[in-house]
Design a protein around this ligand. Sequence first.
Ligand code: NOJ
Length: 509
Amino acid sequence: MDIPWWRDAIVYEIYVRSFADASGDGVGDLAGVRERLPYLRRLGVDAIWLTPFYPSPMADGGYDVADYRGVDPLFGTLADFESLVAQAHELGLRVLVDVVPNHSSSEHPWFQAALRGERRDRYIFRDTTNNWQSTFGGPAWTQVADGQYYLHLFAPGQPDFNWRDPEVHAEFLDVLRFWLDRGVDGFRIDVAMGLYKAEGLPDVGDQSFKSVSPVWGQPEVHNVYRDWRRLLNSYPGERMAVGEVWTDSSEDLALYVRPDELHQSFNFAWLQAPWSPTAFKKVIDDTLASVPFATWVLSNHDVVRHRTRYGTADPGTGLARARAALLTMLALPGSAYLYQGEELGLPEVTDLSDEARQDPVFFQSKGELPGRDGCRVPIPWTVDPPSHGFSPGGVEPWLPQPATFAELSVEKQEGDAGSTLEFYRRALACRRDLVGLIPYTLEWLDSPEGALFFSRGPLTCAINCGLRPVHLPEHDTVLLSSGPLKGDLLPPDTAVWLMTSQDARRVKG
Ligand code: NOJ
């Protein structure tokens, strides 16, 4: 069987608002992404995933789409998008775009029509509410002028579609075609386990993302992905789809990646695992046992950055662990999704003022939850304020960057062999060489307490999550380590790739 490009791909998530601003309005845009494509090529990723850049009133940073076939002026034009795709392809980078099928913006013409009393069946309107809560806080229902309520599992500006209406199906197939015709290589599907709600909308006891719940994971959703798969298959070039599927079981996750459904789904269990060899081993075993094509992810635009998650009281520990987790993740069979800025070792920005915050989670939870702005702070490209090269000239970025971003900027790290950026570049380059040399399977090796050792053919990966150094497993050559080794010892919070010398010569990195 030919191995599809996405099986081992490294996909880099670009949260467009926060990546690079070419227009000088303090908000990232498509032209900014295009200018930085050589940086991504040099980093060594295979594909980029662009978060929504469609026309939107930005009630949820663009995950509230008012027009599924356009580009918001904030982010550029359709011509900018087309030239971004063309240049990415010239550089050998594939392009995935976000599709948001669970809900539209309240500014979408269909919802505007519904407000006028026309075609309400394309959304979920009722005379009375149930007890469902919005994922962002507060009730999942908002009342309109004539007394009816509409359902929104996220912000009030994000009304949920009624997928029991055939027109919704036809519309999304057409939206996918629109972007496929413009050369995209695939889609990231927002809230892929949403879409259908249980008939009768019964009250629920627990609203969290569960495999089986009236709110999420209804069986009908799988027919949608069967249709989408048929459409993707009808295009040349191995177009693909990855689902944002939050579930509480790997078996349930596996349903979304059956051979006639999605190609991949995010594996959030990996990101949710605590810093523990037993937790890591369990997620790896469950994943490899349940899905044909594994994916791995440590951070994204919705969660606390993993450097900070692993950080405990000491930020140095967080960074060491983040680098070790990356090396371990890149040694696992399957594809990995990186989030912009993790290659710089960016931490979560935890001290944003209330005035600076923009995430609806902060407002809907009435300030009880900080929200997700802390992982969305614009990327520092250069040392100098005010925007560290994010925006041209003296423009302030849409979220303030902390002073510590100067030291973490690309400019500061480039060429410094000890930097996290150069570590990522080296790891990704070695992995590129390794992919053809190692089998897709993984074998566990005996590991001392606190550590986890595994091999894939000639590659051995060891990570030490414990408090004491451990002896390295048998090897001839150290290919790469996430931090300094102490002779034959692997210090705490460190991971290493080991090889036999003969094979190591074939990994140039
Ligand atoms: C998941 C997206 O990643 C998140 O940013 C968004 O708020 C929700 N879906 C709703 O679209």
